[in-house]
Each structure stands twice: as structure tokens, then as C-alpha cells.
Design a binder for this molecule. Structure first.
Ligand code: ADP
Ligand code: MG
Length: 387
């Protein structure tokens, strides 16, 4: 590791961003790209910035990498505020502590893979040999090939080797796989995770693709319109979204309107349709407050009222007072699974994902079936009402 004034000291936090804002002014028009970002990046983590196009991901990444300056706020690295740093200090930082990978490879066509990587080591203090960097990305056999002799994926590997050859503290990657086809993207996701393990450095990876974010990250930072909506592990963001925006952005979700009839500690009695039960919630509700019950389609279970009536045991396992009645509107075949769309008697529509039985490859439900929908107690998320 290149020694520097900017390496993380005793704390394991590599980067700390505080109250970052960025306003782009174009004549009369102001674009608020970042509206107050607080962020900590621990050493050695794979962090993904996830958000739709225009949410401020690239702006944030560029500010972290010292390529752009915020309108206000601080970026602290090793006790120093980058925003207040002079030009010399910033150049040091860019050259020795961060590596960048973009969607476009920007290789020099007249240089070989080895030369494209070697060129950035001229300004480095303690680079690895370019051959080693290329071996890390699986190009040990292609050192003397020119970009035109390499596929898009291979060219991107050269760009990655170039970004890590100077042994940065942090690698910043801005949608680096977006130009690759699906299969190659999947393979590169796995390779990037391996690369991070080998190097032991922090990766900050920008994507708008939720699946990509979940499959790669230790921690996901969900961005929307210049703010951070939620930070957490993929599992916690998926299972415990903190608001409707996050819930909808990371996968399919059913949202059922309800009312809190009795608040409690860590739970609340919630009423919707024929349902009136205690549900787990971290939110402190008031009695009478409107709420949303959030349920993932794969967490829902559907049974026909007919089956439930004919089999008391099934009824017992299935419902225990926590099911909602409705009518099947349609079923949608998805290959390994199918979706059952149910219009609830109390209003609203929910989708449940069902697996096929091993011995029965037919869709069990038919449009018009009267059904009850239920789920395992505690799998619901209850959030305050949003318009
Ligand atoms: P993302 O990477 O999430 O797609 P960006 O950070 O690129 O988002 O952009 C955030 C917002 O800032 C967008 O509304 C974008 O149009 C605006 N923006 C980005 N760069 C500039 C710029 N150089 N000048 C003016 N507006 C910009
Ligand atoms: Mg971007």
C-alpha cells in the first residue's frame, strides 16, 4: 500500500462524507444533484450505490474520488477534509489513493494491454508490476494484445487492472458492467467480488440494477433524488425497507392499506379487511393512524376457500385468523413459478408467487376462485402511511 498522509488511521472508516450537497447551476436553472449526504465507508467493504438514473450516484462518486467538489459539506479521508485540500494534495489523493473504473474503458488503441496499464504506474510510488495487475483480472496470457484484439469484456478487465495497479485504498466503479451482455455481466460480478477479496480494499460500485447490487454488495446504499433513503445489507434492505420508495425499488412488493387500532411496544394491532391482529413493527404508531402493510409476493400463501373448508387441518395451519379473503383475477406463468393476482374483498390487489408442485406442473388456481391469502407471522413490514 502506498503510504500517505491520507490513509485511514486507527479507525476502520476509509471515507466519511458529511452533509454533502451539490447544486449544478445552468443559467437560471438549479439542479440539486445531492441534497445532504452523510456516509461512512469502512475499510475493505464492497459498497454499492443503488438508485435510478439521475439520483446523484455519479455525482457522489466523483466527489468521493476528488474529481468534483461539493457545493457544501465535507469529505474526510484519514482525518483530512478533501474539500479544503489544495491542488497538490488533491492530485496526490487522486493518483495514489483512488482508482476509477467507468462504463467506457478509455484504453489507448495504439498501446498493448500491458502498456495501457503500465502508463499509469509512471506516476506511482509503489505500483505492482503491470503483469501482476493483468493476471489479477485473468489476462496473463493477453499482455501484448492491443485493445482491438480484445473483446469488450477483456477491455474492461484491462481498465480494471489499470485502476488497481497503483494499489489504491478505494476503487470507485461507475456502472462498469452496463455495456456488457447479461452472461458476461454475471461472470464479471463474481470476478469483481473475488478481486475485492484478493486486494482487501474498499470497492464503491454504482449501479441502477437492484439484482446486481444485491448479488455483489456487503452494504447497499439506496439513493433517490439526491438523498440516501436507506443503508443496509442486501437482506435488511429487502426484508426491512424503511419506506415505500425503497420497498418498491428493490423488487416486487404488495402494499395493503390498513389502520392501527392499538399501538404496542415493537408491535401494533392492525386492521384491514377482515383482519385484525398484532403485527411486528419498529414504528411508534398512534391509535387510529393509517398504515401500510408490506408483503413480498414470495412470502404470501394462497388457498382456496373450498380447500380450507374441506380440510380443517389445513385451515388450522394456514390461517389462524390472519388471512384476507379475495378472488383470483388472473394467474401469470413465469417458468419456475407463477403469480396469482388476487383482488381483495376489502379493496386492493395483491400478487402471490407460487411454486409448482413436483408432481403437478399445472397452475392450481383459476380466475374467479375464492381464496384466502396469508403469510408467516412476522414476515410483514408495517410502515406509516404515505400518500
Ligand atoms: P446518476 O449517476 O444517479 O444517474 P448523476 O449524479 O449523474 O445521477 O446526476 C444527478 C443529477 O445531476 C441529474 O439530474 C443530472 O442531470 C444532474 N447533473 C449531473 N451532472 C451535471 C452537470 N455537469 N451539469 C448539470 N447537471 C448535472
Ligand atoms: Mg451515473
Amino acid at each position: 500500500m502506498a503510504s500517505s498522509s491520507c490513509t485511514a488511521d486507527d479507525t476502520e472508516i476509509v471515507f466519511r462524507a458529511q452533509a454533502l450537497t451539490k447544486v449544478y447551476r445552468m443559467g437560471e436553472v438549479e439542479v440539486h444533484a445531492l441534497r445532504g449526504i452523510d456516509l461512512e465507508l469502512p475499510r475493505g467493504e464492497f459498497v454499492v450505490l443503488l438508485g435510478p438514473s439521475g439520483s446523484g450516484k455519479s455525482t457522489l462518486l466523483n466527489i468521493l474520488g476528488g474529481l468534483d467538489t461539493p457545493t457544501s459539506g465535507q469529505v474526510i479521508c484519514g482525518g483530512r477534509n478533501l474539500v479544503a485540500a489544495g491542488e497538490r494534495e488533491l492530485t496526490e489523493f487522486r493518483r495514489h489513493l483512488v482508482g476509477f473504473v467507468f462504463q467506457f474503458y478509455n484504453l489507448i488503441p495504439s498501446l498493448t494491454a500491458r502498456e495501457n496499464v503500465a502508463i499509469v504506474t509512471e506516476i506511482a510510488r509503489d505500483p505492482m508490476p503491470p503483469e501482476d495487475a493483468l493476471a489479477l483480472v485473468g489476462l496473463a496470457e493477453r499482455l501484448d494484445h492491443f485493445p482491438s484484439q480484445l473483446s469488450g469484456g477483456e477491455q474492461q478487465r484491462v481498465a480494471i487492472a489499470r485502476a488497481v495497479v497503483n494499489k489504491p485504498l478505494v476503487l470507485l466503479l461507475d456502472e462498469p458492467l452496463s455495456a456488457l451482455d447479461y452472461k458476461l455481466r454475471k461472470a464479471m460480478q463474481i470476478e469483481l467480488k473475488e478481486l475485492r477479496r484478493k486486494l482487501g480494499i474498499t470497492f464503491v460500485f454504482v449501479t441502477h440494477d437492484q439484482e446486481e447490487a444485491f448479488s455483489m454488495s456487503d452494504r447497499v446504499i439506496v439513493m433517490n433524488n439526491g438523498v440516501i433513503e436507506q443503508v443496509g445489507t442486501p437482506v435488511s434492505v429487502y426484508e426491512e425497507p424503511c419506506n415505500l420508495y425503497v420497498a418498491r425499488f428493490v423488487g416486487e412488493i404488495n402494499i395493503i392499506d390498513a389502520e392501527v387500532v392499538e399501538p404496542g411496544d415493537g408491535r401494533a394491532r392492525v386492521r384491514t379487511g377482515g383482519l385484525d391482529v398484532f403485527m411486528r413493527t419498529g414504528h411508534a404508531f398512534r391509535a387510529g393512524e393509517k398504515a401500510h402493510i408490506l408483503l413480498r409476493p414470495e412470502d404470501l400463501r394462497v388457498e382456496t376457500l373450498k380447500d380450507l373448508a374441506e380440510d380443517p387441518e389445513l385451515e388450522d395451519i394456514f390461517a389462524r385468523g390472519r388471512s384476507i379473503v379475495g378472488t383470483v383475477e388472473e394467474t401469470i406463468y413465469k417458468g419456475a413459478t407463477y403469480d396469482v393476482v388476487v383482488r381483495l374483498d376489502a379493496g386492493g390487489v395483491v400478487t402471490a408467487t407460487e411454486f409448482f408442485n413436483e408432481d403437478d406442473e399445472t397452475v392450481y388456481f383459476r380466475a374467479g376462485d375464492r381464496v384466502a391469502v396469508s403469510w408467516v407471522e412476522g414476515w410483514e413490514v408495517v410502515l406509516p402511511y404515505e400518500k
